[in-house]
Design a protein around this ligand. Structure first.
Ligand code: TYM
Length: 322
């Protein structure tokens, strides 16, 4: 059975890009595989320095995953920092990782371009991510397209380790589904916690309605035909939430002329909001049952750690550590 693993960094509130790009595919895969899902709180240290904020986002992500359908009977679910073995493996892998490989990382270059002062954590982030994946003998990693290069780096690092010290790690593959590879944000760029263009999975109804109604459209009048209707952001987003024929009907009406942008955005909001309604109810139950959430993460950590210890022992042995 293939081992499936993915992680999400608690550096903000989860949005529909996280949901469609990673969470939903992971939840769909949990029944048919050997699923390992975690909250990447060590990773959040490169962007967050407020301990309470880290705790809150970590808790929020645990609730979000469980509310959206992660089933702890089927998937092992834990907090990355409960398995400190990952840091030791990061050192072993980092000692074989060329600087040039890390210098080419898009995420690192983007952060530099944004004027963020680089630190060692930011630079070595792909090595920690490789350790996350290799520590669990992972075969398949469901992610959005922005993580593709990190998976390529993970493979490069694993191959180099295996070549240097003998067969130690499974070589993993990313699973990126084309239709959800890059969910666009409110401004049409990739939706991202760091771009301020997100539609959260869970949040205040009024604020989210305002965000969606505030999507900027062009100045064409409602009656004007719009031959580029398929490029319209609200149509693109509606396709994730509305049944296929209904979304196609909206697209056709926009193309032909006669559908105003306001009505389109209203429909988008309604479909988005209704889509997550059952998950909102589940999340409210979980909030009221925080002992259960703690227990899930504790059990998950114990199960994950048993696997991590074995892999780490193999890696230590192969590279001549005690
Ligand atoms: P993070 O927290 O930025 O994103 C979590 C997941 O959401 C996907 N995603 C998107 N997919 C489609 N469209 C979007 N607009 C969009 N925005 C985000 C991401 O591709 C990702 O799959 N480094 C990782 C977390 C991580 C990890 C790992 C993932 C740490 N270790 C090991 C897999 C395996 C990150 O920061 O993702």
């Amino acid at each position: 059975m293939p081992r499936i693993l993915t992680g999400i960094t608690p550096s903000g509130t989860l949005h529909i890009g996280n949901y469609f790009g990673a969470m939903r595919p992971a939840i769909e895969l949990q029944a048919g595989g050997d699923a390992f899902y975690f909250i990447a709180d060590y990773h959040s240290m490169t962007v967050i320095t407020d301990p309470q904020e880290r705790r809150d986002y970590t808790r929020g992500i645990a609730l979000d995953w469980l509310a959206c359908g992660l089933d702890p009977q089927k998937a092992v679910f834990w907090r990355q920092s409960d398995i400190p073995e990952v840091c030791e493996l990061t050192w072993m892998l980092g000692s074989l990782t060329p600087m040039g490989l890390l210098e080419r990382a898009h995420s690192y270059k983007d952060k530099l371009a944004k004027g963020i002062a680089p630190n060692f954590g930011l630079f070595s982030y792909p090595v920690l991510m490789a350790a996350d994946i290799l520590l669990f003998d992972t075969h398949v990693v469901p992610v959005g397209k922005d993580q593709k290069q990190h998976l390529e780096m993970t493979r490069d690092i694993a191959i180099k380790f295996n070549h240097t010290y003998g067969e130690t790690f499974v070589i993993p593959e990313e699973r990126i589904s084309e239709s959800v590879a890059v969910i666009p944000g409110l401004d049409g760029q990739k939706m991202s916690k760091s771009y301020g263009n997100t539609i959260e999975i869970f949040g205040d109804e009024k604020a989210l309605r305002k965000k969606i109604m505030g999507i900027v459209m062009d100045s064409r009048t409602p009656t004007e035909p719009k031959p580029d209707a398929d490029k319209n952001l609200a149509i693109q987003l509606l396709k994730f939430f509305a049944p296929k024929d209904l979304a196609a009907d909206f697209e056709n009406r926009l193309r032909a002329g006669g559908l105003g942008y306001g009505d389109l955005k209203k429909a988008l909001f309604e479909h988005y909001w209704n889509h997550f309604a059952p998950y909102r109810a589940k999340r409210a139950e979980l909030v009221a049952n925080s002992d259960y959430v703690d227990q899930v993460l504790r059990d998950g950590a114990a199960r994950a750690r048993a696997v991590a210890e074995k892999t780490l022992a193999r890696a230590r042995k192969n590279c001549g550590l005690r």
